[in-house]
Design a protein around this ligand. Structure first.
Ligand code: NAD
Length: 393
């Protein structure tokens, strides 16, 4: 029997209004100086103030850092780490989408280390994380990445992405309040929602899946399947936002423990080379990767179909797996994401450079139930460019 290593931290509050747990949690640490990391948009629309104002009213010294950009390059991480090292902070609070949360946890940990953020990258780094760093509270404002429960910080490089990963990057507290996601625009709701769905789908079919992560992944797929279209159509739909928030959090727990696979491995170069957002990169590839690996996981794809609201009762596993791919295709189209790479202005000539960067994502590719080698990766990118799903010969 396989042994599953399962890590379920941090202490988390979920639900509408969960933000009110922030003050009591901060009080437990009595920090003299708090760094709040966010991005300019969240400062502009007043979401950052919803975190800083009550803290300041309680007498905490709070510094707001807003210099985070989406899909942050390593240099953006370096800048924040340098800022954190000089500030004598005793706590870091990350507020925002995955970009702000990833940088907040990175800064909290690297504040106590030497060297640059690049030194700690998974693929090319030379240093290892050794100290826990500052306490950190993460507050997501998108329903997508699950960063609040993972030990990963994703950084963009010139043509691809890489991660810093260590259990010390895990938050001490996560506050997952769907009310904070109501202002997410429709297009971003779609992209981040498909990101969360991809986490759940890839955790479910991962070679590292376990009965525990399977239960989480299917529940996340159910919640997202029933509510993503509604949240995209009407951002003020409270129940849809609650479902998406829970779905994203639960998918985060599932993929942190089971891993993601081919879709994420191939999405990283798309983000790196063409600056397509993480959610959209996953969304455009999801149906093509699933079609390609279909034969290696037909039973699981039948389960995914059912969790998405389909019905496999009168279908063979083979038929249900085809239907699952169709259902994923339909969902991506329904939420308004272009269904091909050409739809993102990616030229066909890029298939080769994407393939060369994709094949380097060995850590992630290792979780695919069908091993994906260079030629497979090339075929998948080509199929996503052509808009025609293919399978291995
Ligand atoms: P993001 O953090 O890049 O934010 C995208 C945009 O949405 C920003 O302009 C931001 O200001 C805006 N935004 C965020 N919340 C909003 C709100 N409530 N209202 C209005 N606008 C809002 O987007 P993301 O998709 O959440 O994060 C993507 C990043 O997360 C990528 O770098 C990706 O690689 C990373 N990621 C990390 C993990 C992990 O486990 N650490 C997992 C998946 C992805």
């Amino acid at each position: 029997m396989n042994i599953a290593k399962l890590v379920f931290t941090p202490l988390t509050y979920t639900g509408w209004g969960a933000l009110r747990q922030l003050l009591p949690e901060v009080e437990k640490y009595s920090p003299k100086k708090i760094l709040v990391v966010t991005d300019p948009m969240l400062a502009k629309i007043g979401l950052a103030e919803r975190i800083t104002a009550p803290l300041e009213e309680e007498g905490y010294s709070v510094t707001l850092y807003t210099d985070v950009i989406p899909e942050p390059p390593v240099e953006t991480g370096e800048k924040l780490v340098a800022f954190t090292r000089t500030g004598e902070f005793e706590m870091v609070i990350g507020v925002g989408g995955g970009s702000a949360l990833d940088l907040a946890k990175l800064a909290a940990v690297l504040a106590g280390h030497e060297g640059s953020a690049a030194d700690y990258l998974n693929l090319t780094g030379t240093k290892s994380i050794e100290k826990r760093g500052l306490p950190k509270i993460l507050i997501p404002t998108t329903s997508g990445t699950g960063s609040e429960v993972t030990n990963i910080s994703v950084l963009s490089l010139e043509t691809t992405k890489d991660v810093v990963t260590h259990d010390y990057l895990l938050a001490d507290v996560a506050i997952v309040d769907p009310e904070l996601t109501v202002s997410v625009p429709s297009k971003l709701t779609a992209a981040t929602g498909i990101d969360a769905l991809t986490h759940a789908v890839e955790a479910y079919i991962s070679v590292n899946a376990s009965p525990t992560t399977d239960g989480l992944a299917l529940q996340a797929i159910r919640l997202i399947g029933r509510s993503l279209r509604k949240a995209v159509e009407d951002g003020s739909d409270k129940q849809a936002r609650i479902d998406m928030s829970n779905g994203s959090y639960i998918a985060g727990l599932a993929f942190f423990n089971a891993g993601v696979a081919g879709v994420h491995a191939l999405a990283y170069p798309l983000g790196g080379q063409f600056h397509i957002s993480h959610g959209e990169s996953n969304a455009v590839l999801l149906p093509y990767v699933m079609a390609y690996i279909r034969k290696s996981c037909t039973k699981k794809m039948a389960d995914i179909l059912n969790a998405l609201g389909g019905n496999s009762t009168y279908l063979s596993e083979e038929q249900a797996s085809y239907k699952c791919v169709e259902e994923l295709e339909r969902l991506v189209k329904d939420v308004g994401i272009p269904p091909t790479l050409a739809g993102f202005d990616v030229p066909e000539s890029a298939v080769e450079s994407l393939t060369q960067d994709g094949v380097k994502q060995t850590r992630i590719l290792a979780r695919s139930p069908l091993p994906l080698l260079e030629d497979d990766i090339r075929k998948i990118y080509q199929s996503a460019f052509d808009g025609t799903a293919v399978e291995p010969n």
